[in-house]
Design a protein around this ligand. Structure first.
Ligand code: CO
Length: 462
């Protein structure tokens, strides 16, 4: 019998409509494949359903010819009983660069208006300055602020430090906290320790988000449940494992009869699992041919999704054989940049710099502006590259959004934009949204093999 610190049922956030297909199927699941399961999902009694944000917004516009805002409205209408949750990249919103404060504000306002409730907010560098505006705006417009800290392993990260960051987030105001372990790196012991430390300093609910990548996540969840974690993220079995979340049904069964029993009905989950098993077959061409469990992630901390992006980047240059060198270069670049957690967009930034270092035959011969804007750069990089970075320009030290002028929330092609939501789509992804708005309503084109091969690159590299 599990000796838990609390007798509260463990809450489950089901990720099948967001992170799970982002991790397994290059974020390509169409709304029409989700709709038949929505009523069943709404009926389970999950703590929340993670359904929006992350890469789904971009993917809808770029690949699916779908309006992400319309998808949200459909979800809200068909799943009225369950909290809808999204992943918001702080000042980066749902894109790949920092936007001005007014973009963050209007995005949050419109997301709430269209039915979003729980906003999981993070910054890839755990830089609170890039989370503050988003947190305040979610509070202002009546959403639930779930403030996250990206979990990573490095010589400069430990549980004590994570707790310190969480405390700063609590001071800004958070309704819940999330330990965001995007690499699937957290061990059962560390999960137990971190949750215990957090429970000692706050009453707000704590969520643990992990990925099955290294094979540890189910064990980490079990130990976190013992320590009193309030919610964990799972994916329905047919869309779980690998770089996705641990299977929902397994955790439900493992905890049944304990102090932390979820109370969820395995029969209902089974019907949902069957639906997505069928759906997954439609996307088999997008599946990465990786092992079920990738223990390399424990060694290099390079998540599976990032490896496939790198392979594609190198393939475009005809340099696929350089992959082993690049994989060794990534941890070095990460150290030079002050050990950022590898998550969008820092994973792409470290990856691209590593590719440049290897392909150009000289480290930091070229330093993209995104690297200079990492904000966490220490004297390390100057040592590492013999001061070259200083010659090509100082690193950004200020809060990045300050460098963005207040965005003009108007669209030159006003005839295309029919709503403020359209304008926001355009401000976030100008060329992509313009094309979408111009072709709205037309049927999505079938993609060629070459286009499909480019998908993983585009999702991560833009
Ligand atoms: Co994730």
């Amino acid at each position: 019998m599990i000796q838990a610190q609390t007798k509260k049922p463990l809450g489950i956030c089901e990720t099948v409509l967001r992170d799970s297909h982002q991790s397994l199927l290059a974020t390509r699941m169409r709304t029409e494949d989700m709709i038949p399961a929505m009523e069943m999902l709404d009926d389970v009694g999950y703590w929340s359903l993670e359904v929006w944000g992350g890469a789904t917004f971009d993917s809808c516009l770029r690949f699916l010819n779908e309006d992400p805002w319309e998808r949200l409205r459909i979800m809200r209408k068909r799943m009225p009983k369950t909290r809808l949750q999204m992943l918001l990249r702080g000042q980066v919103v749902v894109g790949y660069r920092h936007y001005a404060d007014d973009v963050v504000e209007r995005f949050v306002a419109k997301a709430v208006e269209n039915g979003m409730q729980v906003f999981r907010i993070f910054d890839a560098m755990n830089d609170i300055r890039n989370m503050e505006t988003a947190m305040r705006m979610v509070r202002k417009y009546g959403g639930h602020v779930q403030a996250s800290v990206c979990y990573t392993l490095s010589p400069v990260h430990n549980n004590e430090g994570f707790v310190k960051t969480f405390k700063q987030l609590l001071q800004i105001g958070a309704d819940s906290l999330c330990i965001k372990d995007m690499g699937g790196l957290i061990s059962p012991g560390d999960a137990f320790d971190l949750v215990t430390r957090l429970k000692a300093v706050t009453e707000v609910p704590i969520s643990l988000h992990s990925h099955y990548t290294s094979g540890m996540a189910s064990m980490a969840y079990f130990k976190a449940a013992e320590a009193g974690v309030d919610m964990v993220d799972c994916a329905i079995s047919s869309m779980s494992l690998g770089s996705s979340q641990p299977p929902t049904e397994t955790l439900v069964a493992a905890l049944a009869g304990t102090d932390r029993a979820t109370g969820l009905d395995l029969a209902k989950l089974s019907d949902i699992g069957k639906h997505f098993a069928k759906v997954r077959k439609n996307y088999s061409h997008l599946e990465m041919k990786t092992y079920g469990v990738d223990t390399n992630v424990l060694q290099f901390q390079v998540p599976g999704g990032m490896i496939s992006n790198l392979v594609n980047q190198l393939r475009e240059q005809g340099q696929e054989d350089k992959l082993p060198e690049v994989l060794k270069e990534i941890p070095r670049v990460r150290a030079d940049l002050g050990y950022p957690p590898l998550v969008t967009p820092s994973s792409q930034i470290c990856g691209s710099q590593a590719v440049l270092n290897v392909l150009l035959g000289e480290r930091y011969k070229m330093v993209p502006k995104e690297v200079k804007a990492t904000n966490a750069v220490t004297s390390r990089i100057r040592v590492a590259n013999g001061d070259r970075a200083l010659k090509v320009g100082m690193f950004t030290q200020v809060r990045i959004a300050l460098q963005e002028r207040k965005a003009a929330l108007t669209v030159p092609q006003t005839a295309l934009a029919k709503s403020e939501e359209d304008v926001l789509s355009y401000v976030l992804f100008p060329p992509v949204a313009k094309e979408f708005l111009a072709n709205r309503g037309k049927k999505a084109v079938e993609l060629s093999g070459d286009q499909l091969a480019a998908i993983a690159v585009a999702i991560g590299a833009k």
